[in-house]
Design a protein around this ligand. Structure first.
Ligand code: ATP
Length: 576
């Protein structure tokens, strides 16, 4: 029996009420166990309120005004009435629920999914009308509860507290019978990055399915990440033998997929960012001689041959005026890895082998460069290279293992790559990437903006965001205006389940956990006010004397500093 959309709507309703992470997981397990295997893929996307893997276009392109028109058309009510109800209820999903009286026709999850895909793909003239009609048609067939959730999905606002991570846990239990398989499943997800395909494969083949995933062209893998150390000598403790030290560029990570003339560029968050960097796409098309390849590198802004700060590069992250900004802020890419070449995965090749292959398929140009580096087992050689890099205005170096097991490990922050930055060398304070989850109203000259931002770290164990600090300084006037603009779309009326906030830190405004900012801090101390690490240490941890540094648009909320990292830093600083 195909899964009825009614069942999924019942799942949404159950999840919406639940706040306990474990209970949410159990509800998902029960649901995934009872649906046909052929529906797992679609159900996985829809349970996250989306229609496909994150690396595909997932926005449906429905603004609230459009959804209102769909509700009017389906309910045959006048726009004034819908508007009035929206003012009363504050949520268009609730309005659709109250106006719906149909639901005789049985919607299946496949039907809903196909229609939503058609909504996403509607293009060209009258595409808005087409989208509205498609949604209205679904709403006409929906029961009140179904209508409520359909509208929320259409607006991209399902917000059930279900994250990818909850699904990985649920898959482990539902399809492999044990949470002990969780790590293997996550490792596979880092390679396949398609939650639906992963779920379906596990449902069909059990844990054995994890062996089937490998990199392919067109589908991004999660980026390999770097650990950090406090002293250059520590690098040698962690990586014995020869080290390949590379320049560390302060730009944006980019994974380039080349398939003949077709080039796709993915960000670290797996967004397709090729359209924003046309000159890089052109340079890769000309300068990569292999037929098919997946490459890893860092894009930087340049002016008169000099590398410019990250903030300038972020101005290139725009949908409009791309050509004007291309001239204003030109970029280049430094490539440092190749993960796939002419039909073969290179993930299990050693780093020196991969780098050699990379050099052999590149014709360097002004815009396309091979990352510079030295290879040595001697500390003074590495130290001297680091100093030269910093003098040239770079951030520091990334030391990479050259051993036989120096594989490319998607999504892993391990000791095979270690970053060594000038800030650490100068004994400067730590920086953290934190998620803005709330703000406090501004007074005096900050009236109309905010007085401070409530920032959280990411708890990878339960998918929640735990408060770590309240940032009230470091903002320029421009920062205030920009943060206000960036945060507005994420404003929410009540606290979401994923946010762990306790008195006295309750903010005036809550935000969906979306925007990441970099914050410099002086010290981590115990604090009863914050929830960071509370489950583990019994008391919260807080960052003292925080200062805003910059917005990190290249990072998503789950890329933020983790609770585990904060505990490690706290312990290290308190043991010496
Ligand atoms: P940071 O905030 O310190 O820049 P991060 O949290 O963004 O680091 P890390 O994995 O900790 O990410 O640091 C590695 C990042 O440095 C990579 O994600 C990549 O974007 C960038 N990078 C710059 N140069 C290199 C290089 N030669 N090799 C690998 N990564 C590099």
């Amino acid at each position: 029996m195909p899964t009825a959309f009614k069942n999924l709507a019942a799942l949404y309703a159950e999840l919406e009420k639940e706040t306990s992470y474990l209970k949410i997981r159990d509800i998902l397990v029960r649901f995934f166990k009872q649906i046909p295997r052929g529906d797992v893929k679609t159900a996985a996307y829809l349970s996250l309120g989306t229609v496909g893997p994150h690396y595909e276009k997932t926005e449906l392109g429905i603004a609230e005004k459009m959804a209102m028109r769909a509700v009017c058309a389906a309910s045959e009510e006048l726009p004034q009435k819908v508007k009035r109800l929206l003012l009363q209820k504050g949520d268009l999903g609730d309005v659709a629920e109250s106006l719906s009286s149909h639901g005789k026709n049985k919607l299946t999850i496949q039907k809903v999914h196909q229609t939503l895909l058609a909504v996403r793909d509607a293009a060209g003239e009258r595409s808005q009308e087409k989208k509205i009609q498609l949604i209205a048609k679904l709403l006409k067939q929906a029961s009140p509860t179904e209508a409520k959730y359909l509208v929320r999905i259409a607006l991209g606002k399902l917000r059930l507290g279900v994250a990818d991570k909850s699904l990985l846990d649920a898959f482990a239990l539902a399809f492999t019978g044990s949470i002990a398989n969780r790590q293997r499943i996550e490792d596979s997800y880092n390679v396949c990055t398609d939650i639906g395909w992963l779920g379906e494969s596990l449902a069909k083949r059990g844990i054995k399915a994890t062996e089937q995933f490998d990199i392919s062209v067109g589908r991004p893998v999660q980026s390999m990440l770097a650990q950090r150390v406090n002293a250059v000598a520590e690098i040698f403790e962690k990586i014995p033998g020869e080290i390949s030290a590379e320049e560390k560029y302060d730009g944006e990570r980019m994974q380039i997929h080349k398939n003949g003339d077709r080039i796709i560029a993915f960000s670290r968050r797996l967004e397709n960012i090729g359209a924003q960097y046309p000159e890089i796409i052109e340079a890769a098309r000309k300068g990569i001689t292999a037929k098919t390849a997946v490459l890893d590198g860092e894009v930087v802004a340049v002016k008169n041959g000099k590398i410019m700060p990250f903030q300038l590069l972020m101005q290139r992250r725009r949908k409009y005026d791309v050509e004007a900004y291309r001239a204003k802020i030109p970029t280049k890419i430094f490539l440092f890895d190749v993960l796939y070449l002419n039909g073969r995965s290179l993930l299990k090749k050693s780093y020196p082998e991969r780098k050699k292959l990379l050099a052999s398929i590149m014709r360097e140009s002004e815009r396309l460069k091979l990352a510079g580096g030295v290879t040595s087992a001697r500390i003074n050689v590495i130290q001297a290279f680091f100093e030269r890099s910093v003098k040239r205005g770079l951030e520091g170096i990334i030391a990479k293992s050259t051993g036989p097991d120096s594989f490319y490990r998607p999504g892993k922050r391990g000791w095979a790559w270690i970053k060594w930055k000038k800030e650490y060398a100068q004994g400067m304070r730590e920086t953290f990437d934190l998620v803005v989850i709330g703000s406090y109203a501004g007074k005096g000259i900050r009236k109309g903006f905010f007085g401070a931002l409530l920032c959280a770290a990411y708890n990878k164990q339960n998918g929640q965001f735990e408060t770590f600090t309240k940032v009230g300084s470091g903002f320029t006037e421009k920062d205030f205006a920009q943060l206000k603009k960036e945060l507005r779309p994420f404003e929410i009326k009540t606290k979401q389940k994923l946010l762990r906030v306790e008195k006295p830190m309750i903010p005036d405004t809550y935000y969906e956990p979306r925007l990441v900012i970099e914050v410099l801090g002086a010290e981590i101390t115990k604090s009863p006010n914050h929830t960071a690490a509370k489950d583990i240490l019994k008391t919260g941890l807080a960052l003292r004397f925080p200062r805003f540094i910059r917005i990190r648009k290249d990072k998503g909320p789950t890329d933020a500093t983790t609770i585990k990292q904060i505990i490690a830093l706290y312990k290290r600083n308190n043991s010496s």
